[in-house]
Design a protein. Structure first.
Length: 229
């Protein structure tokens, strides 16, 4: 007997589907503003990041419009979530949570193994990020390379491959790509001071400080994204 893999629908897509059904049923007609994220999270028994991911999914489907400083408004009663592709793909906040857990420990390990050449390269990447921010560049190549270089400096190929894979997930997932484009339009850029603090901690060869610097950086990214979109 052939055993078929069980596909697990991501929580944010389950929430998006519930909201889509309520919109289709007329509970939230076109033109109406949805309840606040906090109210939706409390009513649905999920976290704010999950609600945020669900709202972005509905926006991709053409059901809602996110208006900065105003709220989320219904624009259509019909729409499909099929545009999001593979329902097993994690959302952007899930990816950030995983990155925070893995990259913080990887950064601590890198503090004990990083060489001067890698430190110089990281400093150049911080300078490149600052230039990208000044030019309002769409790409975040320097940011991605920064995190991957730290993983390489840890000297553990399994950790390096895991972090590279998380970045590939971020760059390939339709909802993550849409989310990143939106936050760029909102003016969110890589946090230069956070990246400099990471380089300084690594240069001091201080594992505890390096771990804290990376964890604080990624936690701040999560908080910024929750407040910005």
């Amino acid at each position: 007997m052939q055993i078929e893999a069980i596909k697990v629908r991501r929580l944010y897509l389950q929430v998006a589907q519930q909201l889509r059904e309520r919109i289709s049923a007329g509970e939230f007609p076109p033109g109406q503003r949805l309840p606040s994220e906090r109210d939706l999270a409390a009513g649905l028994g999920v976290s704010r990041p999950t609600v945020r991911e669900a709202i972005i999914a509905l926006e991709i489907a053409g059901l809602v419009e996110v208006r900065s400083g105003s709220g989320v408004y219904v624009v259509s009663r019909s729409g499909s979530l099929r545009e999001l592709g593979d329902s097993s793909s994690p959302g952007p906040f899930e990816i950030l949570e995983a990155r925070m857990l893995i990259e913080a420990e990887t950064c601590a390990l890198a503090a004990t193994r990083i060489d001067d050449g890698q430190l110089e390269y990281l400093q150049r990447l911080v300078d490149d990020m600052a230039e990208e921010n000044r030019q309002e560049a769409v790409s975040e190549e320097a940011d991605e390379r920064f995190h991957c270089v730290i993983a390489e400096a840890a000297g553990n190929s399994a950790l390096s491959a895991s972090i590279a894979w998380l970045w590939r997930l971020r760059n390939a997932s339709p909802i993550s790509v849409h989310f990143q484009r939106r936050v760029r339009r909102e003016g969110i850029r890589p946090i230069i001071a956070d990246h400099q603090a990471i380089v300084d901690a690594l240069a001091a060869r201080d594992p505890e400080r390096s771990r804290a610097a990376m964890r604080n950086h990624l936690q701040r990214v999560i908080e910024q994204l929750l407040e910005a979109v």
